[in-house]
Ligand binder design. Structure first.
Ligand SMILES: [Zn+2]
Length: 461
């Protein structure tokens, strides 16, 4: 990709971009004009409608996709700025091809009030690299005892629609039922971290042949599957919307498939690492492979890929979980759980799903952008690549090959389980609300802070 720079127009209207010769969703080759935050024209009208000072981008050989939307990102701010900040995490997101991320609630303080979610939302606007949508906690302080102020968070400037105690399961069935009932009033969704706590006390890795050999306490598949089975029945009972975070077992896939066949309003996500890695890696005792839910078996990986391809699993969620080095570079038993993922997600999903023929690029866009935007109720994301639509899009070079080196990443986290791996696909450009946040594979400039009247309410459906 080469970029021809010319004079910038005023900051208010922003630069116009004429993207030439990209393959839209991996199909037909069309030109595309980005102007004033929108896709102004597609096809022959793009070049003829481009202003004189438009920046021309040669997208020959590149695929044009809607910007990726992550339902599951840990940005760690407020409270753990040594691990990540909204600024560093959203830079990583833009470089990874995301135009929106959902910031998980397990910060310090927990995002369980309108005040904290508005703080995270404002930090996102100030950074300007991606749309940052805070996730609200389901229970006060993630304590699992009292519902948080769900309505106040929904009505706040942050417009929260996704609620989760992620990291901890809402294991009390009465509380889970109340939460599902409560969010119906504002079309919210409860995103459950499915982990029966009593079945996973002290768990260190997947329960199976490898844990038996290593003598590490196991995290059995049934601890995930039993909560999902309970929750889909609860969602059916109260007629509400349930989202299952990071599905990791073949049995979970079967339960979700059963629930969908019965018309239950359930959606599910899978992480890139669960689509590629298995518990065999734990034999190294390298804590970079310690994660919750744990890496599972090859049969689970096969089932998860098939489920993402056939729509049983709706979306990819990174569960990007940066940790300071001292929390990962220690003995297995003491190490924190979690892996980074924003800057490798596209490549891992291309490798596991596209290059294997399980998904085409349109399918890739469905699971990384269109469907997660719909689940999170982000009206301006995951839209068609058509004239008049908001310009949240990326240019991807599917033929590129690169070797993962966490020390060169924008995230503060160095805990990538893909380090040293050669992966396909690279993000050459990212456009967020018409602003080029990434050009030539490098950070460009953030979106200017919008005027108050352009903020959240207009950005929601
Ligand atoms: Zn989780």
């Amino acid at each position: 990709m080469t970029t021809t720079t010319s004079t910038r127009t005023s900051a208010r209207t922003g630069t116009a971009y004429l993207i030439r010769g990209g393959s839209l969703l991996g199909r037909g080759v069309e030109d595309l004009l980005v102007r004033d935050g929108r896709i102004a024209a597609v096809g022959s009208a793009a070049a003829s409608g481009a202003p004189q000072d438009a920046v021309t981008i040669d997208a020959d050989g590149l695929v044009v996709l809607p910007g990726m939307v992550d339902l599951h990102t840990h940005l760690r701010e407020p409270g753990r700025e040594d691990a990540e900040t909204v600024e560093t995490g959203s830079r990583a997101a833009a470089l990874g091809g995301f135009t929106a991320v959902h910031a998980m609630a397990n910060s310090s303080p927990v995002a369980d009030t309108a005040g904290v979610v508005e703080q995270v939302y404002r930090l996102g606007l100030a950074s300007g690299w991606v749309e940052v949508r805070p996730v609200g906690a389901v229970t006060v302080g993630l304590g699992g005892e009292r519902l948080a102020e769900l309505g106040a968070m929904a009505e706040s400037r942050a417009g929260v629609r996704v609620f989760s105690d992620d990291g901890i399961c809402v294991s009390d069935p009465v509380l889970m039922r109340r939460a599902l009932e409560y969010v119906k009033a504002f079309d919210g969704v409860i995103a459950q971290h499915a982990q029966e706590p009593r079945l996973t006390e002290g768990a260190q890795m997947n329960e199976g042949d490898v844990s038996a050999v290593l003598g590490l306490a196991g995290w059995p598949a049934v601890a995930e599957e039993s909560i999902i089975a309970r929750d889909v029945l609860l969602a059916q009972h109260v007629g509400s919307r349930l989202h299952v975070c990071h599905v990791s077992t073949a049995g979970s896939v079967e339960i979700i498939r059963w629930a969908k066949a019965r018309g239950i309003d359930v959606t599910a996500e899978v992480t890139p690492h669960h689509l590629l890695l298995t518990d065999e890696l734990v034999r190294s005792y390298d804590p970079v492979y310690k994660v919750n839910p744990p890496l599972r078996t090859p049969d689970d990986v096969t089932a998860l890929r098939a489920a993402l391809a056939d729509g049983t699993i709706d979306a990819v969620g990174t569960d990007h979980a940066p940790h300071p080095s001292e929390h990962k570079e220690c003995e297995w038993a003491q190490a924190a759980m979690g892996m980074t993922g924003l800057e490798t997600a596209l490549s891992v999903v291309q490798h596991a799903m596209v290059d294997t023929g399980l998904l085409d690029w349109e399918g890739f866009a469905r699971v990384t952008s269109v469907t997660p935007a719909r689940i999170g109720r982000l009206g301006h994301q995951g839209r068609p690549l058509a004239a008049g639509e908001p310009a949240n899009l990326i240019l991807v070079d599917p033929a590129a090959r690169w070797t993962v080196d966490p020390t060169t990443m924008a995230t503060k986290g160095r805990n990538s389980p893909f380090r040293g791996l050669q992966l396909p696909g690279s993000v050459r450009a990212t456009f967020y609300a018409g602003h080029a946040t990434v050009l030539d594979g490098r950070l460009a400039t953030p979106r200017p802070v919008p005027a108050a009247d352009e903020e959240a309410p207009a950005w929601n459906l």
